[in-house]
Design a protein. Sequence first.
Length: 248
Amino acid sequence: NFNDHREATFLPSSHICADESISRWYGLGGEWINIGLPMYIAIDRKPENGCEIQDSACGKSGAMLRIRLVKTSVEEEANIIHVEEDGTLHETKVLIELVSPWAHSDRLICADSYFASVGAAETLKDMGLRFIGVVKTATRHFPLAYLSNLELENRGDRLGLIHYGPDGLPSLLSFVWMDRNRRYFIASGSSLQEGEEYIRNRWRQVWALHQMQIQRGLNCRYLNRELQRIITAHADLSTSIIGIGWTH
């Protein structure tokens, strides 16, 4: 079992990331026959089609820690109904499954909007884990209306609200950050202080650069051939001129 093996043999860093991935399908019959897959996923914005995986990974090394295969819609809906009865979001339950081996370690869990909610932050805090995630659709108890009306002028501007617990200490931080568009976050282990710059290349940027390099390579080879042809033609012409000169 992959999950049990990683839990027993790998020690992750202080940061764990929870996200969704696509495992490309190379199985029997090619991409149009999904024999053996619990569910075949094809999403336009994803570079590959195949099996969708919900996973957690070490934030420093990038090593995958735990995986959960997304099953058929019928099975997923059955899980959602079961979870709603106890008041916990299905996405929060999945997140707990992905990070529970490291409970009470004070690690920081970073998650995308699929997992992020006020309930997820509170649940992980009770498990001894810190949390930060992007809020998009799961806005229950999140002060979206207030944060969306705050004035932000420049890229990088951010403002937020602090929620204090019964002990009088800061418990949660909800904030808005200005990128090209507004981004909303819920956190139990972050601040609004300046951090280190982080730059990443998106897959579509890497692919565009790759295509550009290929085109440049083709152009260079074409120019080299043309230059060699011109040089050869010029050399032949020079020889002819020199020969004529000597003749006269």
